[in-house]
Structure formats: C-alpha cells, structure tokens
Design a protein around this ligand. Structure first.
Ligand SMILES: Cc1ncc(COP(=O)(O)O)c(C=O)c1O
Length: 376
C-alpha cells in the first residue's frame, strides 16, 4: 500500500540500529570463553561453582515444594529475613536478586546516569565492566599492583575519583586473582570516597573475612553477597546486597517485583541457611582442598600458584599463553578458565575452581600430563 491519508509515506523499513540503545553498541558483553562440548561427567572447574549438592534441609524443601502456581513473596520478606539473620544486619537493608548480577543491575538502575563513572581494579570480575557500561557508565580501571601481591591501588583509586564517580567496586577476595585485601586499605578508600563503595564479598565465606562493620560504620558502603558459591546454589540464582539506609528507598523503587527470585529458589535458599553447619563444613573441605591442590601444583617445575582466599586458584604455568593447555584439558573433559583479553595481563595464567577431592585429583593428573605434552 502506498501513501496514507495523513501525508507522505515515511520509510517503514525496520532499522535495527535505531531500535537498540546507543549504550549497548560498544559493549561486548560478558564472555565465559568458547562453549565446548561437555560430557555429563565433565570436570567443570571453570566457573567457581561448588561441587556439593543441596544441603539436607534444602533437599527436603525442594522435594516438598508444591506452590509453583503462586507468585513468590512480593518483596521476598522471608528470604530477606533469613539472609539478614545470617549476616547480622536488619532485613530492611537487604535487597535480594536473581544472583548478584541481578543485584548489580538494580544498583546500576538506582545510581547510574549516562557518563557517570564506576571505578574497578582489573584484573577483576568481568561482569562489572560489561554491566555498568550497558547502563551508560564510563568504567575507569585503576589496575591492581603486579603479581604475586596484586595490591589494591588505594591512593590511585582515591586520586581518580571525580565529581562523576558514582561507585568504586572492590572485589574481596578478588576474582580471578584470589587476593584478600587488607581491611585498612579498603577502609581507607571507604573513609575518603565521596561516593558509594561496593565490597563484593561473593567469596567471603572462603576467606573467613567479611566487612559488615564497615557497612555499619560508614554511610556509603554496599556489601554484595551471594548464595552461589559457599552455599552451592549457583543454579538457583540468589544474591543480595546490603545497602546504606539512606539510598534504600530508591533501591526499592529500582528493584524488580518479586526481586526476580523464584519461589522455589527462595524456599531452597531459606532452608539452606538453616543448614549453616553443613554449608560451613563444605567450605572448610574446599579450603583444605585448595591448599592441597596449591601444594601439589607448586611441586611442578616452573608452575606458580598465587595465594588465594577463595574457592579457586590462579596459576601461572611456564608458558606465555595458556590457550593450548586449556584446549588440551577441554579435550580431556576438564574445564578450567583462561583470560584471553590482553588488557587483563593474564594470558599466561589459568584459573581453576576447587572441586571435590576426586575432581581435583583428576585435574592435577590431566594438567600435569597436558603440561608435559604442551611443553614437548
Ligand atoms: C566476584 C563475583 N561477584 C559476583 C558473582 C556473581 O554471582 P551470582 O552467581 O550471585 O550472580 C561472581 C560469580 O562468579 C563473582 O565471581
């Protein structure tokens, strides 16, 4: 049909580039590396997951769940209460989400306007950059110091804070280096930053160090925590933030209805928190395994293992690029993580999650074999 009663025909051709937001254009998105065929019994040590299944109470809650026809609790009051009791804070300050990534989105929706700055320290968790850039933030990287200390560049961070800086993110322990930063260093940023400072404590349970007291003593601290790692609920997607009371009214407005947490995930998470002894025993097992794997790797000539306070190890095998060894292990159905982006300066490293003792033994065996094959 040509022409309309209301005037000349406009182009009706669909232009996808006009349909999408400008800020999405330069964003590459978070990549977890190439998808390889994985067999059912593949050894998956690339995503820092827990090797343990549901705790006994969580399993009972899962089996008993019958109310999938009903919407979840609108503000997740019950889950929020359980998490607040676990952390030792008030339920009002806790905002849950479908994993921490979802809580990051709520945070970005609350505070970021195009052109605002978010400070990170690479090498760190890749989602910060992709997610905050998606919301129009300019992500400023103040790199960590050199290996093996990967020191937090406190003075440099404070020096680059500008009027446009909305958020500084400190990942503690840091993924992927495993580094645990000192409290005094983090506090030195918190105390001087005229903006929000988020401490991502996704791996806090493995380090035994958490900074709830900073969130109580300073008005600008957000703590990010998750049930994915220590509680083994990565697939259920339950993360949470502990926010400063002063910004909470706005965070609540930005947070999605039901907090994006499904009723079954909430039920499983609440029951898991009732099995805290079980979960912490698993954490202790993983920490013991981490030290065993690190010691075994250090026996291999030329292999460097960096100190880790999390459920993974950053390893530097004696080669400038680890692509070949990671691919070789993948062919043997052992999946570990490499960091291809040259900007991170970790092309010579791999990161391996700590799995069950059997998985770790398998990794050690195949890593040693692959290393000798690669180096021949
Ligand atoms: C530092 C850090 N923060 C957050 C997350 C995301 O956690 P969640 O599974 O709760 O989205 C991860 C996951 O690997 C992580 O390493």
């Amino acid at each position: 049909m040509s022409g309309t009663r209301n005037g000349p025909v406009r182009s009706l051709r669909f232009e996808p580039e006009r349909a999408v937001r400008a800020h999405i254009e330069p964003v590459t998105g978070y990549s977890r590396g190439a998808a390889q065929e994985r067999s059912r019994d593949a050894i998956q040590l690339d995503w820092n997951e827990s090797p343990f299944g549901l705790s006994p109470r969580a399993q009972i809650a899962y089996d008993a769940f019958r109310t999938g026809n009903r919407y979840p609790d609108l503000e997740q009051t019950h889950l929020t209460g359980a998490l607040a009791a676990y952390v030792g804070t008030t339920p009002e300050r806790v905002i849950v989400g479908a994993g921490l990534d979802d809580v990051f989105t709520t945070t970005a929706l609350t505070i970021i306007e195009p052109g605002d700055e978010v400070i990170i320290s690479d090498p760190t968790f890749g989602v910060y950059r992709s997610l905050f850039e998606l919301h129009g933030a300019s992500v400023v990287n103040v790199p960590l110091g050199p290996a093996p200390d990967f020191a937090l560049p406190v003075e440099e961070i404070v020096a680059v804070i500008s009027a446009r800086t909305k958020l500084v993110i400190v990942c503690n322990p840091n993924n992927p280096t495993g580094t645990l930063f000192g409290k005094a260093e983090i506090e030195s940023i918190v105390a001087r930053a005229p903006c929000l400072v988020a401490i991502d404590e996704a791996y806090a349970e493995f380090s035994g160090v958490a900074h709830r007291d900073l969130a109580d003593r300073y008005p600008n601290v957000i703590l990010f925590r998750t049930m994915s790692k220590f509680a083994g609920l990565a697939g259920y997607r339950v993360g949470y933030g502990i926010f400063p009371p002063s910004i909470l009214p706005w965070v609540r407005r930005a947070a999605p209805a039901f907090r994006n947490v499904s009723a079954i995930s909430a039920a499983v998470a609440i029951a898991s928190l009732e099995d805290r002894d079980y979960l912490m025993a698993n954490v202790r097992k993983l920490v013991t395994e981490r030290e065993r794997v690190a010691a075994a790797l250090r026996q291999i000539e030329g292999v460097l293992v960096y100190p880790s306070a999390a459920n993974f190890l950053l390893i530097a095998p004696p080669m400038p690029d680890t692509a070949e060894i990671v691919d070789e292990l993948a062919r043997r159905q052992v999946f570990i993580r490499r960091f291809a982006d040259p900007a991170l300066g970790l092309r010579h490293c791999v990161r391996v999650s700590i799995g069950s003792a059997t998985e770790n033994d398998m990794f050690l065996e195949r890593f040693t074999e692959a290393l000798s094959g690669t180096m021949r």
